[in-house]
Structures are given as structure tokens and as C-alpha cells.
Design a protein. Sequence first.
Length: 135
Amino acid sequence: MDNPVPASAAPVCMFDRLGGQPGLDRLAASFYRWMDRMPEAAAVHAMHRLPMPEVETRLAHFLSGFFGGPDAYRPHYGEPMMRRRHFPLAIGAPERDAWLACMHAALADTVADEGLRAEAYAQVARFAEHMRNRD
């Protein structure tokens, strides 16, 4: 039986377009380099209670499922429930904006395609707004 849709025409998820897990590992590493460098991100950076290598790995695992790839987060850390996990932290517009500035810079570092960068940024921007828990 012939396949009516050529494999090359099958939609490719954002996870694959961003380079799979190696691409997301690079994105997470770049994100935390920017988090460490940007003065406006200092307060957000200070919220992290775990060692940075662990935090970076958790972000890369979360981004896998977030961008349509394998669920790499749940087997290691349980249900993501990111808003609930972050609720004890004061996340208002300044914290959201600092986080997004770091993600914007990390995407610029790791994603060559401008359209893909914009698409990925729009997705994380919606997520960042969802994470806001203070006015």
C-alpha cells in the first residue's frame, strides 16, 4: 500500500526544528549564561535553589515536551505543574520580562532561522505570562 503523504511532507514539530534534545540543551545552557550576565535578571537568577547544572538540565527536559518532543521531564521530576511549582516565588511583570530577555538572547544564540526564533519566542512568551502570579 502506498503512503499518500510523502514522509518529507509530514509536519515537523518545534522540538525537531529546534535541533531535538541537543538543540534544547544548548538553548538551556545559553539561557542560564544570559541569566548570569544580565543585571536585570539577577533577582530571577537568585530564585533558583538548586545547583545551576541541575536547573539547566530541568529546563532542557521541560522544553523537550513543551516544544512537542519526548516527555523528558516527568520521568525524572514528576508532573511538571510549572505554575504550581513556581507559585511560592514572586513572579510579576519585571521577573517575567527578565526571564524573557534571557530567553530571547538564548534563542538568538542558538536558533539561526529568524522565523523559527520568533515562533519559539511567542510560545515561551505565552508560557511566561501564564507563570506570572503577582500584579
